[in-house]
Design a protein around this ligand. Structure first.
Ligand SMILES: C[S@@+](CC[C@H](N)C(=O)[O-])C[C@H]1O[C@@H](n2cnc3c(N)ncnc32)[C@H](O)[C@@H]1O
Length: 219
């Protein structure tokens, strides 16, 4: 996989807090609706993995809001791994493990970790290619326990269409940077869920025209 560092500034804004903690305004904005949804759909005990944890803001809030789950953050970017560590230290929470390096588009990552009851992925699929999306979903499925639940959140095309001006502009800015990436079509991704052994339990419309796909490992 190609780790697309050149996207960091446009698609994944994160400002310094004066120490290793980074702050992403988007993560602050979307955290409440995402966490409210997770409270409803996640198991009430067990192990949870977050893929592409970014700055670490989400996992801190989730660990506080869902203390009955034990959380593992993961990232591919060294600065963000440091940021997650700094947020955890700052909050002194017992139910978050130290973050691990995880390239979610690399074949085989699921073999190297235990299986999870819950997996969260926020705002990554539009930043990777279709082939990388296939690998990611196949590995995510392998990393879930039987009947485990996953939540995949982000911007998507609906039935092949970009449905707002903001989405149109963002998708075009992404494909100008790299023609292999950009918004995925909801219907194509749904087929991929099925082919990866993931049952789509529910699709939830979220603020700012994002979608949340709730999945269950069905074999
Ligand atoms: C838009 S940010 C979203 C971060 C966080 N989930 C959030 O919503 O605030 C995308 C994140 O994906 C990470 N990332 C990019 N490629 C990745 C990969 N192949 N595997 C895992 N994480 C990746 C980036 O380092 C970045 O932190």
């Amino acid at each position: 996989m190609v780790y697309r560092t050149h996207l960091t500034n446009t698609a994944s804004v994160a400002n310094s807090q004066g120490d290793d903690r980074l702050f992403a305004p988007s993560a602050e904005r979307n955290s409440k609706p995402i966490i409210n949804l997770i409270k409803r759909i996640a198991p009430k005990s067990g192990e949870a993995l977050e893929i592409a944890s970014g700055t670490g803001q989400h996992i801190i809030k989730m660990a506080l809001a869902l203390p009955y789950l034990s959380w593992l953050p993961s990232e591919v970017d060294e600065k963000r791994l440091k940021s997650i560590t700094a947020w955890i230290k700052n909050e002194n929470l017992q139910n978050i493990k130290s973050p691990v390096y995880l390239d979610a588009t690399e074949t085989g990552w699921a073999q190297n970790i235990p299986d999870y009851d819950f997996i969260l992925l926020v705002n990554l699929l539009h930043l990777i290619s279709w082939n990388e999306t296939k690998t990611l979903l196949s590995e995510l499925s392998k990393a879930l326990k039987r009947n485990g639940v996953a939540l995949i959140y982000g911007p998507f095309m609906r039935n092949g269409q970009l449905t707002s001006e903001g989405d149109h502009n963002f998708h075009n800015s992404l494909i100008q940077t790299d023609p292999d990436i950009g918004y995925k079509n909801d219907l194509d991704v749904q087929k991929l869920f099925f082919n990866s052994g993931l049952l789509l339990l529910e699709t939830v419309e979220m603020p700012a025209n994002n979608l949340a796909c709730i999945l269950q490992k069905n074999n």
